[in-house]
Structures are given as C-alpha cells and as structure tokens.
Write a protein that binds this ligand. Structure first.
Ligand SMILES: Cc1cc2nc3c(=O)[nH]c(=O)nc-3n(C[C@H](O)[C@H](O)[C@H](O)COP(=O)(O)OP(=O)(O)OC[C@H]3O[C@@H](n4cnc5c(N)ncnc54)[C@H](O)[C@@H]3O)c2cc1C
Length: 380
C-alpha cells in the first residue's frame, strides 16, 4: 500500500533511486562506526557534494544543483527512513539558505559553491547554555572594531559542531534585548584564532551526530562576514527562514515513521509466537492499521506543506503545526513499533531502536513543540 507523494515525478524518482542506492551502499554500512566515534567524518560530505546531493535547491549560478525543495526532500527522506541521523545535511541546507536569502551577491559567491561541494560543512549556532527558546537572551557579543568584529561567547548543542567549517552565528551587535540588537555573522572556523570546539556531547540518541559546544574567545572576523548589509537584522532574517527549517524537521519525521513502519511490517511477518507470526494476532493488525493511518495523515499534511513552500505560501503557523504534530506523532508511531519488536526493539542493532531513540530530539530542536503551539495560538 505504497503512497506516492503528489509532488514526485520521473526525474525525482530517478534521483530517489540514485540517492537510495548510495545511502545503502556507502552510509548504512558505516553507521555503526559513525555512532561509535560520534561523527560521520569529512569524506562523506565531499562524496555527497560530488554526487550533487548537497544544496539541491540552491541555484546553479552559486554552485548548487538548481532544483527546488522537492529535491532536498528526497535526500532527507532516504536518509531518515534508514536512520542515518548523523549526517546533518538539514542544518547544512539551512546554513546555505541564510546565505542565499540574506547574503550579498559577493557572500553568495564566496560560500555557496563550497557548501554545495562539501568543502565547507555548515552549522547553525544559535543556542547558548543560558537558553534556547528565548533567543533574545543570548549573550554572545560581536563588537565592531574597525574592519573586524571581535566575538566573545559560547554556544551549545550545535549540530555538525565539531566538523563544521562555516557557522551561521547568532550574536548581539547591540547590548539591549530588543529586536534590532541581533545580527547573523558567517564564521569560517578553519585555523581561526580564539575559536574552540568543546565537548562532543553524549546524547540519548543520534549518536553519529557531532553535537558540540563552541567557544569564542576574542575571535576576530572581517566585517564583510556580517550577513546582509546592515547590523541588527538578525531576528528578521531568522524569522524569515523558520517555515523552511520546520518543514525540514517534519519531512525527516514522516520519512522516519515510514521507515519504521516498513521495518515493523517485515518483522511481525517473520517473528513467531505461540506457533504463528506476530502479524496474525489481532492486536498486531489493529496496531499496524492505526500506525499506517497516522503515518499517512502525516504524509499528506507534509506533502501539502511542501506544495505550499514551493508556491511561496507556507506560513509560520502552518509550518509550526507540521513540526509539532508530525514529531509528536513520529514518536508515538515509533514507540508502538518498538513494542511490536519486543526485546529486539530495545537493541541498537535493530533499525527500529535507533529510529525511536533518535526521534526524541525532534520534539525539542528546531523550536520546541511548546513554542510551536505558542506560535499557532497567537494566530487564532
Ligand atoms: C541534539 C540536539 C541538536 C541541536 N542542534 C542545534 C543546532 O544545530 N543549533 C542550535 O542553535 N541549537 C541546537 N539545539 C538546541 C535546541 O534548539 C534547544 O535545545 C531548544 O531550542 C530548546 O532550548 P533549551 O534547551 O534551552 O530549552 P529551554 O528553552 O530552557 O526550554 C525548556 C522547556 O521549557 C519550555 N518552554 C520554554 N519557553 C516556553 C514558553 N514560552 N512557553 C511554554 N514552554 C516554554 C520548552 O518548550 C521546554 O519544554 C540542539 C539541541 C539538541 C539536543
């Protein structure tokens, strides 16, 4: 009962097949190593770049593939359904989009081709130890001194943190906690004096992901690294990209449900108890019917959001609805799938175990699900 999204076409089907083959051949076999070492290494970024699997929705004139969000979605889906959560291409794409949407022409030419090739690995550095939801409370400060910004502060929980070579860094360029006090600065980290990656954090799931702390101690970057052409635009720039970012989270969420459901269907048909396959028990059938229904509803909603994003009509509230509902439902579905696996569902060698553990963070990052409800409620 495979559901094919209405936005798929022959070209995207061919892309999906190519991506799926690559992920199966080159990424799935390395996932256990990546999880053990807590990072995916730089080589896979270069490979993905060479194959044209990075920055698929960035125009070709800036080194991208020249596709649109559907091309990106295909890659997220093929990774997410197989539990490849260490390769932070969602954040990499978000980083690229800040440059694409808010950068000057010179900045686009400077960073986008290298992001598309995988030479640069992107990260988004917003959250600080003092708080993530309340972004206006950040303390990292960039003080202009002639031709440079001098940056002091720290960030925590940064996806791709240890491997990242280009940060979209959220800073205060004015000390007051009002909208115009924040700016975005693109920071190339290679051999940057005063910049230090702290711990790669030990997490509940997503063990292949190098989520890290970052420290800035009198870091100096040229003033032309300020994103856009004026200070104080940070909050506005961040808000503009939120629907895109929340949809990226939701797309990964629904694909992970689909992958988990497929793995569970296979499992319950093979595993026997009391002399018959688990699939024959009425409880199993009803549970699977419920999970398939929830997954389909999530898929149709996400497909509609993709359609709206392509048309330029995806508003912040609808994206927030997709983010909270899909990720809450993702966890509910994957939890039931673990249950149907019995004890094997708790073993990390089983895909369903990794999908479930990795899914917990989906309700927290990208704006917590409580913040999503705040956003929605304001529009009602
Ligand atoms: C694995 C991982 C990867 C991450 N990747 C990144 C990244 O790449 N870049 C980055 O910048 N950050 C990243 N984060 C940080 C993440 O976005 C934050 O953890 C998240 O925004 C929540 O912030 P916080 O942890 O400070 O929690 P808090 O903001 O302290 O929230 C704690 C609780 O209070 C609730 N709460 C807060 N404010 C309100 C309110 N107004 N109304 C109701 N409830 C509220 C929250 O919903 C939550 O339940 C990542 C985190 C993790 C764990």
């Amino acid at each position: 009962m495979t559901h094919i999204s209405n936005w798929m076409d022959d070209e995207l089907t061919a892309l999906r097949d190519t991506v799926a083959r690559f992920v199966e051949a080159e990424m799935v076999p390395q996932d256990a190593l990546w999880r053990a070492q807590h990072h995916v290494g730089r080589e896979i970024w270069r490979q993905m770049g060479e194959l044209g699997f990075l920055c698929l929705d960035v125009p070709a004139e800036y080194g991208g593939v020249g596709g649109d969000f559907r091309h990106e979605a295909v890659v997220y889906e093929e990774l997410s359904r197989r539990g490849i959560s260490g390769f932070g291409n969602g954040v990499h794409s978000m980083c690229s989009h800040y440059v694409l949407n808010h950068g000057t022409e010179a900045q686009k030419h400077r960073w986008l081709p290298r992001l598309a090739s995988g030479e640069l690995i992107g990260a988004i550095a917003m959250t600080e130890p003092s708080g993530g939801s309340d972004l206006k409370g950040i303390r990292t400060r960039a003080a202009r001194e002639g031709g440079v910004y001098r940056i002091n502060g720290s960030k925590i929980f940064i996806t791709n943190g240890s491997l990242a070579s280009l940060l979209m860094l959220v800073v205060k360029t004015a000390p007051e906690a009002h909208k115009g006090s924040m700016s975005l600065i693109m920071v190339e980290t290679e051999a940057l004096a005063g910049y230090r990656v702290g711990r790669v954090l030990d997490k509940m799931g997503m063990h292949a992901q190098d989520t890290a702390e970052l420290f800035f101690d009198d870091v100096r970057v040229p003033v032309d690294c300020l994103l856009g052409d004026a200070e104080g635009l940070g909050m506005h720039q961040l808000m503009a990209d939120l629907p895109y970012e929340r949809l990226v989270v939701a797309v990964g969420g629904v694909a992970s449900m689909e992958g988990g459901l497929e793995a569970t269907l296979t499992y319950v048909k093979e595993r026997k108890a009391f002399g018959r396959p688990l699939a024959d028990f009425q409880n199993t059938k009803f549970k699977l019917a419920e999970l398939a229904s929830l997954t389909r509803i999530a898929r149709v909603f996400v497909d509609d959001c993709i359609d709206k994003l392509l048309k330029g009509t995806l508003d912040g509230e609808t994206a927030a609805m997709a983010k909270w509902w899909v990720t809450d439902t993702q966890q509910q579905v994957l939890d039931e799938c673990v249950q149907l696996h019995g004890g094997y569902g708790y073993m990390t060698e089983y895909l369903i175990c990794r999908l479930f553990a990795d899914s917990r963070i989906q309700r927290i990052y990208g704006g917590t699900n409580e913040i999503m409800k705040e956003i929605i409620s304001r529009s009602l």
